[in-house]
Design a protein around this ligand. Structure first.
Ligand SMILES: Cc1cc2nc3c(=O)[nH]c(=O)nc-3n(C[C@H](O)[C@H](O)[C@H](O)COP(=O)(O)O)c2cc1C
Length: 321
């Protein structure tokens, strides 16, 4: 039995049994629960058993906290993974069932970036020297540096035959199912060779598509509740997560998966910035709804998840906030 059918039954008949005046002859909640359990398969019972045991023997620690509730909720929902997974193979290189793993802005002004350069900084010192840096100089970022940052932090690094495609792109960050839920948008204030504006990064073509013309630094700083370092950063990255890219395969667990996918991109940005001698700061403290409006996403199928400021820094001045 599908859990959503179970939920529906529970929300109608069992709730009625709990709240209404007891009808003579009406089943009690306990009797109703027994009846519903009898409808489950052995497989479903095995999963439900551990969840129900937790409830019976443990404290309901998730009540009143939607974060903990969500975590608990997705543990109970293992039954229907890939319920909507397509069964037929896709029929082209550039489309994906049910949707592409990369986003295109056809018709927008396009800037093709120079090829990324190799990063010479060794990994060990890059990891140990990495600090969050917010002390940006008022100067311009080199386009080559931006290209290397994007290409190494979130570009295409290989292709693979998967999901019925010969050439599904793979990226420099890992992602659940190889579905590449993160998308990268950039607010550009001061980069040589780029008009200030808001862009979307196209990893397949290693290019930028202009979404909004004009210096976005005041708007971006306002999104981050007026933070000055956000206004001064040469580039502000906004990382979204395309929920629908995961949802068809992973159901409600997709939100957890999306958060971790985005985290990998964030860490790549921090490490490549450090390796290039730039300063990066991840920023969760921003108004997500307004950010979604700025980059033109709906906040349902695609969600604003993380901001990162990147800029030119003088020295390794680390601060903790
Ligand atoms: C996901 C994430 C979100 C963060 N959000 C903010 C933020 O909103 N504002 C801020 O000033 N720093 C933010 N930081 C930076 C942390 O304050 C910083 O990583 C921490 O102080 C440790 O310093 P370190 O990165 O130099 O090791 C964030 C860090 C992470 C990983």
């Amino acid at each position: 039995m599908e859990l959503n059918k179970l939920s529906l039954s529970r929300s109608s008949s069992a709730r009625k049994a709990r709240t209404a005046e007891p009808d003579a002859g009406a089943p009690t909640s306990r009797q109703e629960l027994h009846r519903l359990v009898d409808l489950l398969s052995d497989y479903e019972c095995a999963h439900l058993y551990s969840a129900v045991s937790d409830i019976v023997t443990g404290e309901r620690f998730w009540e009143g906290d939607s974060g903990l509730f969500y975590h608990e909720f997705i543990k109970l929902r293992h039954f229907r993974v890939a319920a909507n997974a397509p069964t037929a193979p896709a029929s082209g290189h550039d489309s994906f069932v049910p949707m592409s793993v990369t986003k295109s802005y056809h018709g927008s002004p396009r800037i093709t970036l120079p090829p990324p350069q190799p990063l010479l900084a060794p990994l060990g010192p890059t990891l140990t020297n990495r600090r969050t840096r917010r002390d940006y100089r008022d100067t311009r970022l080199d386009l080559q540096q931006l290209s290397t940052l994007l290409g190494l932090a979130c570009g295409v690094s290989a292709t693979v035959a998967a999901y019925g495609f010969d050439c599904l792109p793979l990226r420099t960050f890992p992602s659940h199912g190889g579905l590449q839920s993160p998308e990268v948008y950039l607010g550009v204030r001061a980069v040589d060779g780029l008009t200030p504006g808001v862009y979307h990064y196209d990893p397949r073509g290693h290019g930028l598509d202009l979404i909004m013309d004009g210096d976005p630094s005041e708007q971006l700083s306002a999104l981050a509740f007026g933070e000055e370092y956000v206004r001064l950063a040469q580039v502000v990255l906004l990382i979204s997560g395309v929920y629908d890219r995961l949802r068809w395969k992973y159901g409600e667990r997709s939100y957890r998966f999306l958060c971790t996918d985005v985290g990998f991109v964030g860490q790549n940005v921090c490490l490549v910035s450090e390796g290039l001698g730039l300063g990066a700061c991840p920023v969760s403290g921003f108004a997500q709804g307004t950010a979604e409006q700025l980059i033109g996403i709906d906040g349902r199928s695609e969600l604003a998840m993380l901001m990162l400021t990147v800029g030119v820094v003088d020295s390794a001045t680390a601060t903790v906030s």
